[in-house]
Structures are given as C-alpha cells and as structure tokens.
Design a protein around this ligand. Structure first.
Ligand SMILES: O=C1C[C@@](O)(C(=O)O)C[C@@H](O)[C@@H]1O
Length: 254
C-alpha cells in the first residue's frame, strides 16, 4: 500500500498521477521568456533540469534560476535534477562534483532532489543524508536509454533505492517491443504492491508513450510531460495539454 509523500500543495502517490513539467532552459534569459507559458500550462510539479544550463558550474546562475522559478511558482513543488551523461543527461561530471552539486541543490529553493542510484554508493549515501537534513524529499532514479532490463533487475534497483532511504522510487527504460511495454506495466503494478514509497515508472520513446498516460494501470505517482516536443527532456514525452486531456478521458476527475 502506497504511503503518499506530501510536498507543498500535493500528495504524491495519492489520486491521479501528478504531472511534472521539466524546465530545460540553457540561460536565465531563456527562462524569463518561458515562465508565462509554463504558468499557463499549470503543471502539478516543476522539474528543473540544471544539467541543461550552459553555466551549471556557476553558483550565481543556480541561485538566479532557482529563485526565479520559485517566485513564479510559490506553491508548486520543484524537483531539482542534475542528470548525468551516463543516464541520458547533458553533462559529464566527476563523482565528487556530483555529490557537491546535489548538496548545493538541496540548499536552493527546491522541494525534492533527484539522486541517481547508480552513482558511487558513498556519494548516494552522503547526498541522501544531506538532502534529508534539509527536510527535502529524495527521488532516487535509474535510467536505461538502451533497453528494458528484466523484472528481477528492476526490482533489485527499487530495493536498492529503498535501502538507500529514498522517498520516491523512479525508473525509466527504453522498450523495443510491445512486450517490453507490457512488461513495464506489469512490473509497475507489482512494484506498487511491494513498496510503500510512491513509485514512478515509464517506458520511453514513442512506443512507450502509452505508459505516460496509463498511470492508472502502472500506478506511477508522477508522469513527465513537455511543453513542446523541442523542449522535451526525454524521448516519448507528451505535450502537457494533450496529456492532461488524455488523463481526464481515461481517469475522469480523480
Ligand atoms: O527521470 C526523469 C524522467 C524522464 O527521463 C522521462 O523519461 O520523462 C525525464 C527526466 O527529465 C526526469 O528526470
């Protein structure tokens, strides 16, 4: 039975999947231009993908961007994510720097921090501790942009995330066949039964897009959308307005 995780005005893991919108801007100027469109789209959660930033190593830029997002969205939970190249992100980063970035992110005005479970164990441990000390939520994540690992491996990854004290467990995989997509749906149902933490699952790419709307089948607590296809942070994301329409058709007002 899932125990909801509360952040600001929402309960992640209760009711319909919350719609997260990644912000993939490269400069602070780009963000300022985009903010009104994001406000109109009204996502449940904002994900700030700071690995997209040109000056991700510049602390003043991080402070500027995170404060602008918070100011525009005082009530909306914000996830801070630095996605490494190994997991489909934009930047190559040394392990010690990854730990430093996560700890700094936790100090900025974000509510949740994404921690890649496949980084060095000691780094994951230190980062989780630091994020929790600041009363922020840890979303552990795993991405396979090439394949759909078998269920046993996916379950092992979720167990590792749970053992690392993550609050929300997330996996994103790449399907090649319809069987892979069905496997992800079946795995998610089983994982949602086996873990009390909210789970987040998705099959990426066009083939996997159905998992981003069939969250009443997968029990995924969050689904990641995009503003437009060019601004997507991963393949297969559906435009937010479309996604909300389909979600409403499939689930009604839940
Ligand atoms: O982990 C995820 C999920 C994601 O990779 C997706 O497939 O929608 C998009 C990322 O921005 C986010 O951090």
């Amino acid at each position: 039975m899932t125990e909801a995780v509360y952040t600001r005005n929402i309960a992640v893991g209760r009711g319909a999947a919350k719609v997260a919108l990644p912000i993939t801007v490269v400069t602070p100027d780009e963000l300022i231009k985009l903010l009104p469109t994001i406000q109109k789209a009204n996502p449940d959660i904002i994900e700030w993908r700071l690995d997209f930033l040109e000056k991700w190593q510049d602390d003043a830029t991080l402070v500027e961007i995170s404060s602008s997002i918070r100011q525009a969205f005082p009530e909306t939970p914000i996830i801070g994510t630095f996605r490494t190249k190994e997991e489909g992100g934009k930047q190559t980063i040394r392990p010690a720097d990854y730990e430093r970035v996560l700890k700094r992110l936790a100090e900025l005005p974000v509510d949740m921090v994404d921690v890649e479970i496949n980084r060095d164990e000691s780094i994951v441990e230190e980062a989780v501790k630091a994020i929790h000390q600041l009363d922020k939520i840890v979303i552990a994540s795993f991405h396979d942009f090439n394949d759909t690992p078998e269920n046993g491996r996916l379950e092992g990854i979720f167990n590792k995330m749970q053992a690392a004290n993550a609050d929300i467990l997330k996996v994103a995989v790449m399907p090649h066949t319809t069987e892979d997509v069905l496997q992800v749906i079946a795995f998610s149902q089983q994982a949602a039964r086996n873990h009390s933490e909210p789970i987040v699952t998705m099959a990426m790419g066009q083939l996997g897009s159905v998992t981003r709307v069939a969250t009443h089948l997968t029990h995924s607590a969050i689904t990641f959308a995009c503003l437009t296809a060019e601004q997507a942070s991963a393949p297969g994301q559906i435009e937010i307005n479309n996604l909300r329409g389909i979600q409403h058709t499939l689930e009604g007002d839940s």
